[in-house]
Ligand binder design. Structure first.
Ligand code: NDP
Ligand code: 8X3
Length: 251
């Protein structure tokens, strides 16, 4: 990757997004780190020597996305690489027991949010005839498990959107890729279980999950391919996982 490239990472305040920021900065890229939590973004900026622009952004808010991304300082545009990472699961109950507000948050963030940011960034990439969008899907988009109905549906939508984007942009010079992680130890489960640390901890009990940096390694590898090569999609599991809930727990 050329060192003067500008990378936009959504969901940069934690987990996989934060690890992507660190990994791209380590390669000399300039990184726009977007998320909702201002204090996390300030901490991130304070911890980094590299060139990072913190951006307070709720991907669900299309007007805000268009306003903020449409008025980036000159030195922070154009965006060369977009990592659509912001996302979350909320709850793990059977559908008829779910809180419908959780459905809305997952659909609005994981699907509409990804579209909002892509819609703001892609026209410029097409105009320039270059760019790369890397969507973070999930193994959950390839299958469904009890209590994960809506989350899995949102990630299946990411997979369809990614494939559709690649067809829509064929011939434009813009690359479209997807990374589907299996179990990664981040704040994901704490968010899913509404702050219940014990429930979140149980998810990883007896297994060695992926770390956020493992996924960032894959994302930067995808971004660093030669101009004529597109890594279309990658599924990444920890050693002891063979599917959603299919885990070899060692204790
Ligand atoms: P984290 O909870 O650690 O990080 C999620 C990030 O998304 C945070 O930075 C959060 O920032 C941001 N985010 C959430 N909602 C919004 C919003 N409305 N607008 C902007 N940013 C938002 O989880 P992960 O790092 O694990 O998750 C990252 C992605 O990876 C998600 O898409 C998730 O579905 C996917 N994934 C995770 C797996 C795992 O096992 N952890 C496995 C497969 C996929 P803030 O709250 O500051 O806005
Ligand atoms: C997160 C992975 O299996 O918990 O996308 O849904 S899973």
């Amino acid at each position: 990757m050329a060192t003067d490239q500008v990378v936009l990472v959504t969901g940069a305040s934690s987990g996989i997004g934060r690890a992507c920021v660190d990994a791209f900065l380590a390669q000399g890229a300039r990184v726009i780190a977007a998320a909702r939590r201002t204090e996390r973004l300030q901490e991130l900026q304070a911890q980094q020597d590299g060139d990072v622009l913190p951006l307070v952004l709720d991907v669900r808010d299309r007007a805000q996305v268009n306003e903020v991304l449409g008025s980036l300082p000159d030195e922070w545009s154009p965006i060369d690489v977009l990592v659509n990472n912001a996302g979350l699961a909320r709850g793990k109950t059977p559908l008829h027991k779910d809180d419908p507000d959780d459905w809305d948050q997952m659909l609005d963030t994981n699907v509409r949010g990804l579209l909002n940011v892509s819609g703001a960034v892609l026209p410029g990439m097409v105009e320039r005839g270059a760019g790369h969008v890397i969507n973070i899907g999930s193994n959950a988009g390839r299958e469904v498990y009890p209590g994960g109905t809506v989350y899995c549906a949102t990630k299946a939508a990411v997979e369809r959107i990614t494939r559709g984007m690649r067809m829509d942009l064929l011939g434009s010079g813009v690359k479209i890729s997807e990374v589907d992680p299996g179990m990664v130890e981040t704040e994901f489960s704490v968010v899913r279980f509404h702050g219940d640390e014990a429930a979140a901890g149980a998810v990883y009990q007896g297994v060695t999950p992926l770390q956020a940096a493992d996924i960032a390694n894959v994302v930067t590898w995808i971004a660093n391919q030669p101009p004529h090569v597109v890594i279309a999609d990658v599924l990444v599991y920890p050693l002891d996982q063979a599917g959603s809930g299919k885990l070899a727990r060692r204790t």
